[in-house]
Structures are given as structure tokens and as C-alpha cells.
Design a protein around this ligand. Sequence first.
Ligand SMILES: Nc1nc2c(ncn2[C@@H]2O[C@H](COP(=O)(O)OP(=O)(O)OP(=O)(O)O)[C@@H](O)[C@H]2O)c(=O)[nH]1
Ligand SMILES: [Mg+2]
Length: 199
Amino acid sequence: MIIKNVNLETVCGITSTLPRNASTEFAFAGKSNVGKSSLINALCNRKSYARTSSQPGKTQTINYYKINDEFYFVDLPGYGYAKVSKTDREKWGKMIENYLHTSRQLKAIFLLIDIRHEPSENDKNMYEWIVHNGFYPIVIATKADKLKRSQLQKHTNMVRKGLGVPENQPVIAFSAESKLGKEEILTMIEDYLNEREAN
Ligand SMILES: Nc1nc2c(ncn2[C@@H]2O[C@H](COP(=O)(O)OP(=O)(O)OP(=O)(O)O)[C@@H](O)[C@H]2O)c(=O)[nH]1
Ligand SMILES: [Mg+2]
């Protein structure tokens, strides 16, 4: 799968009505600063099309990137950012929930977890909530370049155990720096798109 073009088509704030898109959507969820926007950039071969920041809480809107005029990557705001007020956090939570509930085109959800750490309570809740809504989240263990290669297996297993990901579901180690895992993720996206055509 080659991503030829990417276009930020819609940006939704807390009060926006979400678009009723006609094309397939893939969403990226995860804690603030885990690397959602960086993953989108890496998949699209862009350095900084999706805005990233070393400060958590960068993406505060739901951003719809149209890919190859064919499908969407949906960049969700990060959860669990302590510096945001409780009311704002609740609003974002509702917004993410509303998106996951109401999108008719959502094909798959990528849930990003920092490979270095045990999944948090928020991560576990998100995983369970996604499963509860009828999806199997595709778990991406991010920032793999921060570990030695010899540590990757142990840490992906830690993420798998922490969330309770079944053995037949993947946990993909990914790095936006080295691009480890990128082709595997693109292949999964392609498979999802082909599955749609076959049905
Ligand atoms: N070393 C390393 N740093 C990464 C990687 N992915 C992201 N980062 C860094 O982590 C920080 C956060 O990345 P973002 O992509 O902005 O994270 P986000 O999940 O979109 O964050 P919010 O928009 O705040 O929810 C940035 O400083 C990135 O450069 C990675 O694979 N390796
Ligand atoms: Mg972001």
C-alpha cells in the first residue's frame, strides 16, 4: 500500500457536528503524547503534516485526513493529560466516545500504547470500551526505538498482558524514528480495504 496523497479535510472541535463521511475510516486513539500524530505522518511519509509536539495535549480536535482520495485516517485527541481541567477532559472523553459510537464508516481502531510502560488504567478502560463497541483494537506499541532490540519482545508481551489482548490479535511494535512496524500496519490497512471490496 502506498500513500500518495494526504489532505486534512475536516477538523472538529468540541462543539462541532461530526461529518457523515462516505468513505472508510481508520481511527487512532491513545494517551496524550503517545505518538498518534507521528504515526499518521510516518504512514503518509510526511515529516510533520499532522502536527506533533513534545508537549502532551497537542491534538485537541478530531482531525480527518483523507488518504489517496479513498479513505480517512482519523486523529483523535489524546486522553489522560493531567494538565487539562477536569471539565475539558470530560468534554474530550465525550467527544471521542461520540465519535466511536456514531461513525458508520469506522473500519478499525488503532490503540497506541508507549512500549516502555505498563498500560495505564485509562489505556485499559479504552481497550475495553473499544471491545465493548464491537471492535478489536489493533494495538501499536509506540516509540520502539527507545528500547534495545532485545527488549522489544518482552515489552510487547507486557503491553499484551496489561490490556488482555488475545493471542490471535497482533501487538505491533512501532517506531516513527526507525519506521519499524510501518509496513505491517500499512498491510493491515490494505487488508481491511480489500475485505470491504470483497463483501
Ligand atoms: N523517539 C520517538 N519519539 C516519538 C515517536 N513517536 C512520537 N514521538 C515523540 O513523542 C512526542 C509526541 O508525539 P505526537 O505524535 O505529537 O503524540 P500524540 O499522541 O499525537 O499527542 P497528542 O496530540 O498530544 O495527543 C513528540 O515529541 C514526538 O516526536 C517514536 O516512535 N520515537
Ligand atoms: Mg496528536
